[in-house]
Design a protein around this ligand. Structure first.
Ligand code: PHE
Length: 511
């Protein structure tokens, strides 16, 4: 069976694919706006600390478990853990839920490319609407959203059907370098706008977000930790099976520690670059339009589809060209992530068929997975971020908590809000306490890591990651469900204590 299983053609190809999975809407959309919401610089520091102490550790662990077992998540966890075998299901269902809205956002990108191409060909007046009006009109046209979502799913399906090296690796080897070049072009344009420096100060000068009036007061540290932690996991594609699955296609020769460092570093760099492309442009444009600095909206999800579209329109004749470049780059980022999610789900059935001796079932399995994704995505596409209907409106609830606001938030809550922090916490407890850190370190040892790294890994996986994840989980629940934060701290602490005791109980399985 092993010989017939897909694999990456080269370590470079693997890196491009893994970076492609990591770099996505999370970096280009989520990072800048969450940074805006959480006070700029503070968020950045917390994010960087989390990336090193938690992100790196889970990245390494997932790659190691994937490569050791050479299986997709459900079977991989089945093999390495008796107590936590079910994490594999979390890591397969969560990508399925994420795809319900990721594909819809991909569809929006396609619509914005079409919009800017129209403006480029026929002049800005061809669509004489503000960013807000365009966005509103798009959301309240469910049919259009469903059509473009379907188109996005078909594009991903064709790539994944092409296979691991023939489809996924090939797309990323071209797509990722292209994305970096396009991002640089946008950064140069953004930074040369008058007053762009105000946006840079917001990002990099401690305390400026509050002093400049962008936000009223510094957010509390736990809420920053929750937001930054959720963002970091989502952005690095962690605890969602995707990195584990890609790891399972990687050759034994490759150095997992080095690869993890490269992936985490690149993803963070692209997120920062996206921030530098987006925030100064939004601030400069706001100032040019006469909005007082502190009132320029950086905090909302509207940043990508409303604020930035206005930035491009206000650049005059040449603006739509930058618009096309920008939304194409966002589209590439979205596709490269979506195909990793699709692969994670499909890999389970492809592996099952292989075990039965059936080869060449990739096309059929990917088609079935795509159809299932289409069904859930249609609901998210049609609700128009809650403009047309929402879980709350269907249930007749007024003033709902965030997770009932629209189907996107609903799906995001179960995947990014719960499955991801819980999955990461459980994975660390499984490795650190049920099995042993050597499970990962032995696999990583092909690259012969230093004693320093080994000790760092042992401490982080046993203590730092589980505890930090409990805070992230609490932060996410406070955001999604509202109510008294104290309740969620208690819930999350009970979860941590119970699973910790469960993992450490009984006889330790040999590494
Ligand atoms: N990392 C992707 C992003 O930043 C999203 C993603 C999450 C992809 C989980 C795969 C797995 O947008």
């Amino acid at each position: 069976m092993e010989n017939k299983r897909s694999s990456f053609g080269s370590n470079f190809g693997f890196l491009m694919a893994a970076i492609g999975s990591a770099v996505g809407l999370g970096n280009i959309w989520g990072f800048p706006y969450k940074m805006g919401k959480c006070g700029g610089f503070v968020f950045l520091i917390v994010y960087l600390l989390l990336a090193v102490f938690v992100g790196m550790i889970i990245m390494c662990s997932e790659l190691a478990v994937g490569r050791k077992t050479k299986l997709s998540p459900i079977d991989a966890y089945n093999q390495v853990s008796k107590k936590f075998a079910w994490i594999g299901w979390l890591a397969t269902i969560a990508p399925f839920f994420i795809m319900s809205f990721y594909t819809v956002l991909g569809g929006y990108c396609l619509q914005y490319i079409a919009l800017n191409m129209t403006k480029l060909s026929f002049g800005n007046e061809a669509v004489a609407m503000s960013g807000g009006e365009v966005f509103g009109a798009m959301l309240t046209t469910p049919l259009g959203c469903v059509v473009f979502t379907t188109l996005f799913i078909v594009i991903c399906m064709i790539i994944v059907q092409g296979g691991v090296s023939g489809g996924i690796e090939r797309f990323n080897k071209v797509g990722m370098p292209a994305l970096a070049v396009m991002l640089l072009i946008i950064i140069v344009r953004s930074l040369t706008l008058p007053n762009a420096v105000e946006g840079l100060k917001f990002m990099f000068v401690p305390g400026y977000a509050v002093k400049g009036g962008f936000i009223e007061s510094s957010p509390n540290l736990v809420s920053v930790l929750g937001t930054a932690g959720g963002q970091m996991f989502f952005s690095l594609s962690l605890a969602m099976g995707a990195i584990l699955t890609y790891g399972s296609y990687l050759s034994k020769e490759e150095n997992l520690v080095k690869n993890s460092v490269i992936i985490v570093f690149s993803d963070t760099l692209i997120a920062l670059m996206a921030g530098i492309a987006v925030i100064p442009a939004a601030v400069a444009n706001g100032i040019a339009q006469g909005t007082p600095v502190g009132q320029i909206k950086l905090g909302g999800p509207n940043l990508l589809f409303v604020t930035l579209q206005d930035v491009f329109t206000n650049m005059g004749k040449i603006g739509p060209l930058f618009g096309v470049i920008f939304y194409v780059l966002v589209l590439i980022a979205a596709i490269s992530s979506a195909i990793s999610l699709m692969e994670t789900i499909a890999a389970h059935w492809i592996d099952k068929d292989l075990a039965k001796g059936e080869t060449d079932t990739r096309k059929r399995n990917v088609l079935i997975v795509s159809l299932l994704i289409l069904i859930e995505a249609v609901v998210v596409a049609a609700d128009g971020l809650g403009s047309n209907f929402s879980p709350a409106s269907l249930l007749g609830i007024s003033a709902p908590p965030v997770f009932l606001d629209c189907f996107l938030d609903f799906m995001d809550c179960w995947s990014e809000g719960i499955a991801m922090p819980l999955g990461a916490m459980l994975m660390a407890l499984m490795i650190g306490w049920e099995r042993s850190p050597e499970l990962v370190l032995d696999e990583v040892a092909h690259g012969d890591p230093s004693e320093g790294f080994k000790n760092f890994y042992r401490v982080c996986v046993k203590f730092v990651v589980p505890i930090v994840m409990a805070f992230v989980l609490a932060g996410q629940m406070i955001d999604f469900f509202g109510g008294s934060p104290a309740i969620w701290y208690v819930v999350s602490a009970i979860c941590l204590a119970a699973f910790w005791a469960f993992a450490a109980s009984g006889k330790k399985q040999a590494g």
